[in-house]
Design a protein around this ligand. Structure first.
Ligand code: SAM
Ligand code: SF4
Length: 469
């Protein structure tokens, strides 16, 4: 792959972002209320409006923003949470990202790449716990070519085990050229996720000192190339802690606007991981712009309001208490039962930590997470139906198409949850889950719909699988 930035220009207006954050610093309550109302009316916010929200300092106004984000989530998306697991395929890397345990200069990292058989075992272990959706993660290395990525994704799709299979594979890997993206698309991936890490170019250049990733522009253009290759399902993200989080929120918004303007489609998901400690990585212990829990809450709520039609991912990097709380403010997907060491699901060993990218904050099993979600009134969902029925842009449809959530998302969440309960759950989760399903069925207003879901649930109980609307 030849990296060329010829003709590329940044669409991140650094000076303007700084200006907006400064000039919108003291927006009065009336303006904050108007901005929240605009979002609740299902409109994306403009940069000046997002700048006003990120700049809020007054605790009461901050609470208004949190309440607004919560209301938007409840009103539009309801109480489903989609579950997935990361699958680390290989940690070889030729880049030197200062915060990452896999960076080339980290001598404490034990390098590993799954063999074909190991990949099958990892997949089986995940299927065995009940997972249906994965994100496959790769370091950046010539070994992990587009052909290799495609082959490993195919291996995962081909692995059928006991009571299940993986039904959707997303990717988090280096940005490719257009031809490379075409190769990966050909095996039927879901989302291709690339985090810009920081949208502040001077900071980016400092913290990515060598390797292909040192080019800010090549990375920034990555999802444009994915789009040109026909991958219209994209995930963006910023690694919180490298630069001022307010700037990163604005960067995520400008990236969204750019993709919408150029291709008519925005990102499917936004991620906002905070930097976590990693073995052999002092930088990650003390990131220069560490984000406090209070700011984190605020930034999640602002993102929810700014881009109200985008899925938001909260990973197990975060500790349990934060995860439980932040769900309220608009998160749509979380990972659970995650391991982030290469080969850890099927063969954890003494070296596991040294093969891991960073340290997880939430190490509960999938079943424990599901139990707590159900007890908290959330419907755990393993739904992959839009992707498999060819309805792309599902998150946008949930938002924009009246009745879509009621017709598809909630019924499919209930069906996939029931499938999990019958095939994989512990006794206590089964009990809590069936109670939740009964409550949710009672909430379905339309008789026909309630009856259709009840019939499919009965078929599920009798042994049918993979039912969806
Ligand atoms: N190598 C590819 C890349 O860099 O795009 C993809 C995989 S990389 C392992 C996935 C993401 O992990 C990175 O984009 C970065 O945001 C995140 N990450 C790296 N180090 C981290 C740390 N110490 N804490 C939290 N997230 C981290
Ligand atoms: Fe390599 Fe990605 Fe880690 Fe950077 S973040 S060192 S590219 S694995």
């Amino acid at each position: 792959m030849k990296i060329s930035t010829e003709g590329l220009k940044s669409f991140i207006p650094t000076g303007k972002i700084e200006e907006l954050i400064a000039s919108e610093a003291h927006a009065p309550e009336s303006r904050i209320r108007e901005i929240i109302a605009k979002s609740l009316d299902k409109n994306r916010l403009d940069p000046d409006e997002t700048a006003a929200l990120v700049s809020v300092k007054d605790p009461e106004l901050k609470q208004l923003i949190l309440d607004g984000a919560h209301e938007l989530k409840e009103r539009i998306y309801g109480n489903r949470i989609v579950l997935f697991a990361p699958l680390y395929v290989g940690n070889e890397c030729i880049n030197d990202c200062v915060y990452c345990g896999f960076r080339i200069s980290n001598k404490e990292c034990v390098r590993a790449t799954l063999t074909h058989d190991e990949l099958v075992h990892e997949t089986q272990s995940l299927v065995e716990t009940g997972h249906k959706r994965l994100i496959m993660v790769y370091g950046e290395h010539p070994m992990y070519s587009p052909e290799y990525i495609a082959e490993t994704v195919q291996t995962v799709y081909d692995t059928k085990y006991h009571k299940g299979e993986i039904r959707r594979v997303n990717i988090n890997a280096a940005p490719l050229d257009i031809e490379g993206f075409r190769t990966v698309k050909s095996v039927g991936i879901g989302t291709y996720q690339i985090f810009q890490e920081t949208y502040h170019q001077p900071t980016y250049e400092k913290q990515h000192p060598r390797g292909p990733k040192s080019s800010f522009l090549w990375r920034l253009d990555g999802l444009d190339r994915a789009m040109q290759a026909g991958i219209d399902d994209m995930g963006i993200g910023a690694l919180m802690g490298l630069y001022d989080w307010k700037f990163e929120v604005m960067g995520l918004l400008y990236h969204t606007i750019h993709l919408e303007d150029r291709f008519g489609v925005g990102p499917h998901t936004i991620s906002f991981p905070r930097i976590e400690p990693a073995i052999g990585t002092d930088f990650a212990e003390h990131p220069p712009h560490q984000v406090s829990d209070e700011d984190f809450r605020h930034l999640v709520a602002v993102l929810r309001l700014s881009v109200p039609y985008t899925g938001m991912i909260l990973t197990a990097r975060e500790p349990i208490a934060i995860r439980n709380e932040i769900l309220r403010y608009g998160v749509s997907q979380i990972d659970a039962g995650s391991s982030i060491g290469v080969g850890d699901y099927s063969a954890k060993d003494d070296e596991s930590k040294k093969k891991s990218q960073f340290v997880l904050g939430d190490t509960r099993s999938l079943d424990d997470v599901i139990y707590e979600l159900a007890k908290g009134g959330y419907i755990p969902s393993f739904c992959t139906s839009c992707y498999r029925a060819g309805r792309t842009g599902e998150h946008f449809m949930e938002f924009a198409v009246p009745g879509f959530v009621k017709r598809f998302c909630t019924p499919n969440a209930l069906l996939t949850f029931a499938e999990y309960l019958y095939d994989f759950s512990s006794k206590r989760t089964l009990k809590a889950g069936l109670e939740l399903i009964d409550n949710e069925l009672a909430k379905i207003e339309e008789d026909n719909m309630r009856q259709a879901v009840t019939e499919k649930l009965t078929e599920m109980k009798e042994g049918k699988r993979d039912l969806f609307f």
